[in-house]
Design a protein around this ligand. Structure first.
Ligand code: NDP
Length: 322
C-alpha cells in the first residue's frame, strides 16, 4: 500500500483525500514508478471541479511527476529498474507510487533534478509545442501571452526571448509584471488597471500581434481576437476563468485563424513525446530556460496548493513533494 491523493467526487479542494491505495505489479508495457516529486497544473483544477470529466472513480488526479522505475512489466525493453524518469500529461500523478505505460515516460538527463522535471514536463512541453509547432515563432514574431507570470507563462517568456520574438504578457499585479519582465517579457500589461486591447494596439502601433496565446478563456474572449493582425492566429489553450462560450464563426472576421490545441494532441506518439521532451531538456540544460519553482507543498497538502493556484497567488511552477 502507498499513499495517494484521491477524489471520490467532484467539488472544492476539500474533496482531495490523502489515503492509502494498492498499486499492483506492472502489466505488459507498463512500469511502476516510485515518485520523488509531482507537479501541480491548472488541469488538476479542471479535473477536480468536473470541467474536464474523469472516466473512472475514485480517481488519483495529477498529470505530471518524476521518480525512479522500481518494476518493469512484460515486453518493456527501453526502461530498467533504477532508471530516472519523468512524464507530463498522464493521469495519476498525486501518488507516492504509480503505474504508467512505458512509452509515456522519458528518461531524465543527469543534469535535471526530479523537482525540476516534476515542475516542467507538462508546462515546458506545452510551451515547446505552442511556440514551435502551433505557430512557428521566429525572430521578430510579436505575440500576446496571457498569464505571463504563471507556470506556463514564465517558461514562455524565456523561450520567446531565446527565439528572438517579442512577448507582450498580461498579468494581474505589478509584482507579477516585474517577474514576467525579468524572465524575458518585453512588454507587460497589468490587467487590473490597464485595458489589454488598447495597450496591445499602442505597443504594436495599431498593427496587432501575429499570435495570441490565451489560457484565460471566458474573461478574455472575444477581446483577445482584437489584438491580432489580419490573418493572425488565436490559440485558445486553457480556461482559467471558465470556458470560452460557443461563438459565431464571424467572430474571426479579418481572416483570423483559431485553434484549440492540447499537449496530448502534440505528443500522441512516442516519437513526438521524445522529440518534444528532448528539446525542452536542451533548453533547460543550456540555461536558456530556467524553471522557477516558486512554491512547494507536501503532496498530502495538495488541497492548499489548489487553493493558492485558484486564488491567483502562485507564480511560476509549483511542486508537490512526495
Ligand atoms: P498558471 O500558473 O498560469 O495559473 C493560472 C493563472 O491564470 C493565474 O495565476 C492568473 O494569473 C491567471 N488567471 C486569469 N484569470 C483567472 C481566474 N479567473 N482564475 C484563476 N486564474 C486566472 O497555471 P498553469 O501554468 O498550470 O496553466 C496556465 C494555463 O495553461 C491554464 O489555463 C491551463 O489550463 C493551460 N494549459 C493548457 C495546456 C494545453 O495543452 N492546452 C497545457 C498546460 C496548461 P494573473 O493573476 O496574472 O492573471
Amino acid at each position: 500500500m502507498v499513499h495517494a491523493v484521491r477524489l471520490h467526487s467532484v467539488g472544492g479542494p476539500e474533496h482531495l483525500v490523502w489515503e492509502r491505495i494498492e498499486v499492483p505489479e506492472p502489466g505488459p508495457g507498463e512500469v511502476r514508478i516510485k515518485q520523488r516529486a509531482a507537479g501541480l497544473n491548472y488541469i488538476d483544477v479542471y479535473h477536480r471541479t468536473g470541467l474536464y470529466p474523469l472516466q473512472s472513480w475514485p480517481a488519483v488526479i495529477g498529470m505530471e511527476g518524476a521518480g525512479d522505475v522500481v518494476a518493469v512489466g512484460e515486453g518493456v525493453s527501453a526502461l530498467s529498474v533504477g532508471d530516472r524518469v519523468a512524464y507530463g500529461s498522464v493521469l495519476g500523478g498525486y501518488a507516492e507510487e504509480r503505474l504508467i505505460a512505458a512509452d509515456r515516460v522519458v528518461k531524465l538527463p543527469d543534469g535535471i533534478s526530479y523537482e525540476t522535471a516534476a515542475a516542467m514536463m507538462l508546462q515546458g512541453m506545452t510551451v515547446r509545442y505552442l511556440l514551435r509547432e502551433t505557430y512557428n515563432v521566429v525572430p521578430g514574431t510579436i505575440m500576446l501571452f496571457h498569464a505571463a507570470a504563471g507556470g506556463v507563462g514564465l517558461i514562455a517568456c524565456q523561450w520567446a526571448r531565446a527565439l528572438g520574438a517579442t512577448l507582450i504578457g498580461t498579468v494581474s499585479t505589478d509584482e507579477k509584471a516585474e517577474l514576467a519582465r525579468s524572465h524575458g517579457a518585453e512588454h507587460v500589461i497589468v490587467t487590473s488597471r490597464e485595458d489589454f486591447v488598447q495597450r496591445v494596439q499602442e505597443i504594436t502601433d495599431g498593427k496587432g500581434c501575429d499570435v495570441v496565446y490565451d489560457s484565460i478563456g471566458r474573461d478574455t474572449f472575444p477581446r483577445s481576437l482584437d489584438c491580432l493582425r489580419p490573418r493572425g492566429l488565436w490559440v485558445s489553450f486553457g480556461n482559467a476563468s471558465g470556458p470560452v462560450p460557443p461563438f459565431d464563426l464571424s467572430a474571426l472576421k479579418g481572416s483570423l485563424f483559431a485553434t484549440r490545441p492540447s499537449l496530448m494532441g502534440y505528443t500522441a506518439t512516442a516519437s513526438e513525446l521524445r522529440e518534444n521532451a528532448a528539446e525542452l531538456f536542451q533548453m533547460v540544460e543550456s540555461g536558456a530556460v530556467k524553471i522557477a519553482i516558486n512554491q512547494t507543498f507536501p503532496l498530502k497538502d495538495a488541497a492548499s496548493a489548489h487553493r493558492a493556484l485558484e486564488a491567483r497567488q502562485t507564480t511560476g511552477s509549483t511542486v508537490l513533494t512526495v
